[in-house]
Write a protein that binds this ligand. Structure first.
Ligand SMILES: [Zn+2]
Length: 141
């Protein structure tokens, strides 16, 4: 992968926000703020390249917006996440994640024992994020 300025900025963006699941427009805005002005097509191309390289995990939220999260944070593909119904931002849930993973592993193991293959789990909690529920208190960026 060629380390262009935009690619480095994209890597830095995810390094700074490892929990984030970002849409193309969010990435485009963040890159522009970091001084790497790139168009939509280039952003999509970079995100797809990162995803193809296994660095990012592609997911579609309830509003059918494609989002990209760090693959290393996804783990077994069973990382629970929280999605805000108002602003559609996604937050990875790290608290209690280990317990969920352990419980899921047992479920998956039982299914695998029964002969089922290629199992994928997607856990999403829906609601309103702190920024939308309490707009006066300064939403986290
Ligand atoms: Zn929100």
């Amino acid at each position: 992968m060629r380390a262009t300025r935009a690619t480095r900025a994209l890597a830095a963006l995810y390094a700074a926000r490892p929990e984030a699941a970002l849409s193309e427009s969010e990435v485009e805005t963040a890159l522009a703020a970091a001084g790497a002005q790139v168009n939509k097509v280039t952003v999509y191309r970079m995100l797809d390249r990162f995803a193809a390289a296994g660095l990012l995990h592609k997911q579609v939220d309830a509003a059918r917006v494609t989002r990209f999260a760090l693959a290393s944070a996804v783990g077994d593909g069973a990382a629970p996440r929280f999605e805000c119904d108002d602003c559609h931002r996604q937050f990875r849930l790290s608290q209690g994640s280990a317990k969920v993973q352990t419980a899921l592993k047992q479920v998956l193991q039982a299914l695998a024992t029964a002969g089922h293959e290629s199992l994928a789990v997607d856990i999403a909690v829906r609601g309103r994020c702190a920024g939308c529920a309490h707009p006066g208190q300064g939403a986290p960026a």
